[in-house]
Design a protein around this ligand. Structure first.
Ligand code: GDP
Ligand code: GDP
Length: 453
């Protein structure tokens, strides 16, 4: 049907190769009682409380947000994982294995006052194969006299042991300096722009874009004939709505009446793409009086793929009667099945009906686009969800979701770290539940899966 185009393209987007993580992950491993939780608390500066470990009880919160020297990263306490291996040595080694394959760097903690045990040796043996950086913390070095014990941990073959006292905080700043030094740089910042928020006003020809822009800017712009062959530079319009100034991007084309000529459709589509790329939020105008067209869905797909926040404005509402309204309900259910999260407003650019509802809808969508769920909160929720509805078994194996982090905003991007492939259906289930719990109205949410290799 005409609606499958959007389906297919959005599904392709979901299946997109694992994106580079904006917020790098540090996994903390080591046998019980070496001071991992204490050290994690130290790294977090106790901003997020760590649930105390009760022997035999799985911790349901395993990952937390940390920040040091202006760098944000996720700290994962692998003590919460339940590897299938039996025996202490086997299970700690299995945790190290998982840490190595999921995190950007591994911090192994050893109790320097005890020295390296057989379990520590087993963990070190696993970690020596790591392609990612491994740091060795010699913990419980509460005073100078224990420095020699720390130095003896060179024998583990993991490089320099960093002496720390998680309990007293001794040298933990030095360790954090080393940690942020080995973590990969965040590839893209969240580009917190300044000035008015950028809006793209897009939709198929004749849907009412210039009428709406005129209505919003409160002035009747004269329609200027375009000079054939002249390239018009993108021009933005500053529009005040609801006490806030907005930058409507690339609106030059809306003022000109480009006569239909060969290639006009191609240029219209190019202009739409340019405007969306330059925007933070798109108002997608739909003609409420007409059936949803393939062209509408193409524009919507461009917005979703570009990861922009979105407001659907059903224009020409003045032409909608009872019968049309009834048709629409069914039409939209099918046509907009992939964007149930979009903010919706019914407007008339002609009469001005409800156009003042646009600004609040834009604000809601942008607030979602900017929103970040703290890692601890995210994992607390996820653990419950997965316990109640585990991922479907594939090839006799039950994939495990180890932890998740919201790696980025604009658009909000979750990364799930798993031990197996998660089907698209299950990822959609997670997205639906995530939205039920945390909102995110008006913004696309990306879910990437990092499967341990
Ligand atoms: P985990 O099982 O590895 O997470 O270890 P915990 O963080 O729960 O710590 C185990 C015990 O070691 C607790 O009683 C801590 O208070 C203690 N501990 C942790 N770090 C230090 C330290 O730097 N010095 C000393 N003396 N004790 C510590
Ligand atoms: P654009 O090509 O998307 O910029 O569309 P225009 O703003 O040029 O509008 C195309 C036609 O639709 C014009 O004849 C407008 O007067 C008409 N139009 C725009 N908005 C509305 C509306 O809300 N109701 C009605 N009845 N007509 C509208």
């Amino acid at each position: 049907s005409e609606f499958t185009a959007l389906d297919a393209q959005v599904a392709g987007d979901e299946a997109e190769a694992e994106e580079q993580l904006a917020q790098p992950v540090l996994a903390v491993v080591g046998r019980p009682n070496v001071g991992k939780s204490t050290l994690v608390n130290r790294i977090l500066g106790r901003r997020e409380a760590v649930v105390q470990d009760v022997p035999g009880v799985t911790r349901d919160r395993v990952a937390y947000d940390a920040q040091w020297a202006g760098r944000r990263f996720t700290v994962v306490d692998t003590g919460g994982w339940e590897p299938s291996a039996t025996g202490l040595q086997g299970s700690v080694a299995a945790q190290a294995e998982l840490a190595m394959s999921t995190a950007d760097a591994v911090l192994v903690v050893v109790d320097a006052s005890v020295g390296a045990t057989a379990t520590d040796e087993a963990v070190a043996k696993v970690l020596r194969r790591s392609k990612r950086p491994v740091l060795l913390a010699a913990n419980k070095v509460d005073d100078e006299r224990l420095l020699a014990d720390a130095a003896s941990l060179w024998n583990l073959g993991l490089g320099e042991p960093y002496p720390v006292s998680a309990l007293h905080g001794r040298s933990s700043g030095d360790l954090l300096d080393v940690i942020v030094g080995v973590l990969p740089e965040a590839p893209r910042g969240d580009r917190l722009g300044t000035g008015p928020r950028r809006v793209a006003l897009v939709g198929k020809p004749n849907v009412g874009k210039s009428s709406l822009l005129n209505k919003l800017s409160g002035e009747e712009r004269s329609v200027v004939d375009s000079v054939a062959g002249t390239t018009v530079d993108p021009v933005d319009s500053l529009v005040e709505l609801d006490g806030q100034t907005w930058r409507f991007v690339d609106t030059a084309g809306l003022r000109k009446r480009v006569q239909t000529s060969s290639g006009a459709e191609y240029y219209a589509s190019l202009r739409t793409k340019t405007a969306i790329d330059a925007s933070e939020v798109a108002i997608v105008l739909l003609d409420a009086a007409e059936p949803l067209a393939e062209q509408d869905l193409r524009v919507l797909t461009m917005v979703v793929e570009a990861g922009r926040a979105c407001v659907l404005a059903f224009n020409k509402w003045d032409l909608v009667d009872e019968e049309r309204r009834y048709q629409m309900v069914r039409e939209l259910e099918r046509g907009l099945v992939r964007v149930p999260w979009a903010e919706k407003v019914n407007i008339s650019a002609l009469t001005g009906r409800s156009v003042r509802k646009l600004a609040p809808a834009l604000r809601t969508a942008l607030a979602s686009w900017d929103k970040r769920v703290p890692t601890g909160q995210l994992n607390g929720w996820l653990a419950d969800l997965i316990a109640a509805t585990p991922p479907p078994v594939r090839g006799g194996k039950q994939p495990k979701v180890l932890f998740a982090t919201q790696a980025g905003i604009r658009p909000p991007t979750l990364v799930l770290f798993t031990t197996g492939f998660l089907e698209a259906g299950y990822r959609r289930f997670i997205e639906r539940k995530f939205r039920e719990r945390f909102g995110f109205e008006g913004s696309p949410v990306r879910i990437n899966v990092r499967v341990r290799e």
